[in-house]
Write a protein that binds this ligand. Structure first.
Ligand code: ATP
Ligand code: MG
Length: 346
């Protein structure tokens, strides 16, 4: 059996550096490693509609933004199939059949869905579609017989839910589905990058993001305004490194060789952290260095985006071709599923 990747993003906004370290960067590495037989990258517009039902135009417009972000970080349509979820009808049909294999109380226990419901103030009026999106995610993953799902830590409960559905389906109807494995970032700082406001997760919905497409000036402004250690008031005060977003970002992005170029006072991040902890290192200096580190990573992405922005019809064509291919694969799985369920009458 082949090694297959399925992963994706909701088109609810442009992609940010949390997506980059939590998932995008890894995808590009896996794509270029040649170790996978198929790579499917999905723009999850149907899932985005589950909590944006009255804002379809926002979802529609962000499809192209996410596609541009994909191409600018180095996802290559010759190696990865980029597609739009709503164009693959079989995914909806699979979701409907999987719904019979999951209980309401099991969905209610999903910690990510719980916190997302709170974040959106949905407590008293959860749209059914939103509540059941972990089931639709199981359909997305299994439709492509994905073995590997590279995502951030917040997706762990979704993958577990998918694995349960697969086991249940295979035991009730026969072995048609593949149990996927989650592939988390190997750097702890990248599991869940905090927002520039210090909140636990950088998220489009929280407005605390540095976007891949931000201008050089925007990035600088955001970095200089970042939340740090609130007790680190004077330069001479000892500062906290743990839980301090500026240092978490450095953990995620900084390579030690950048010190020689931008901040020769130190040879590595540990030395800089030690100085901050004993006092005598000001936030402004740390932020200026972080800004240079980020600019170094983002400049080539920004430049590639500019090029693709000149070729929008070509980008739509890539999504169209990818969606046709995804549709054929998902249809084949749906046919298998219906055969196993004995609902193939004609
Ligand atoms: P929304 O607020 O609309 O849910 P989001 O910013 O949470 O948007 P998603 O599209 O839900 O983004 O997530 C896409 C992928 O990016 C997932 O694999 C998720 O784990 C990863 N991801 C999102 N935010 C972060 C983050 N702050 N740190 C690490 N990974 C992240
Ligand atoms: Mg999310």
């Amino acid at each position: 059996m082949g090694k297959i990747i399925l992963t994706g993003d909701r088109p609810t906004g442009r992609l940010h550096v949390g997506h980059y370290v939590g998932s995008l960067k890894r995808r590009v590495e896996l794509q270029n490693s040649g170790a996978f037989d198929e790579i499917y990258i999905m723009i999850a517009d149907a899932q985005a509609l589950t909590d944006n039902a009255d804002n379809p135009e926002k979802v529609r417009q962000n499809i192209i933004e996410v596609a541009l972000d994909y191409l600018s970080v180095g996802l290559d349509p010759a190696k990865s199939t980029l597609f739009i979820q709503s164009q693959v009808e079989a995914l909806t049909e699979l979701t409907f059949y999987y719904m019979n294999l999951v209980t309401v109380s099991r969905l209610q226990r999903n910690p990510t869905v719980k916190s997302e419901i709170q974040m959106r103030n949905f407590e008293t009026s959860i749209p059914v579609g939103f509540f059941t999106y972990p089931i639709s995610q199981a359909a997305d993953i299994t439709a492509f017989k994905a073995t590997t799902v590279p995502v951030g830590e917040d997706q762990e409960p979704m993958i577990e839910q998918t694995r349960e559905i697969v086991r249940k389906f295979n035991s009730v109807y026969g072995e048609a589905l593949v149990e996927p494995e989650i592939l988390l970032p190997d750097n702890a700082a990248c599991l869940r990058l905090p927002g520039i406001d210090g909140k636990a997760k950088m998220s489009k919905s929280l407005g605390n993001c540095i976007y891949l497409s931000d201008t050089e000036e925007d990035v600088k402004k955001k970095v200089m305004s970042m939340y740090t250690d609130p007790d680190h008031l004077k330069v001479s005060d000892p500062g906290k490194v743990e839980g301090n977003p500026v240092f978490i970002y450095l953990d995620a992005f900084c390579k030690d060789e950048l010190f020689a170029e931008y901040l020769p006072d130190y040879t590595c991040l540990d030395e800089m952290k030690a100085h901050y902890q004993r006092g005598g290192l000001g936030d402004v200096k740390v932020k200026k260095f972080l800004n240079r580190v980020l600019q170094e990573e983002l400049a080539p992405i920004r430049a590639r985006r500019k090029e693709w922005e000149q070729k929008i019809p070509e980008v739509y064509e890539i999504l169209h071709t990818g969606s046709e291919k995804a549709r054929a694969t998902a249809n084949a799985t749906l046919a298998d599923v219906k055969r196993c369920m004995r609902i193939n009458y004609f």
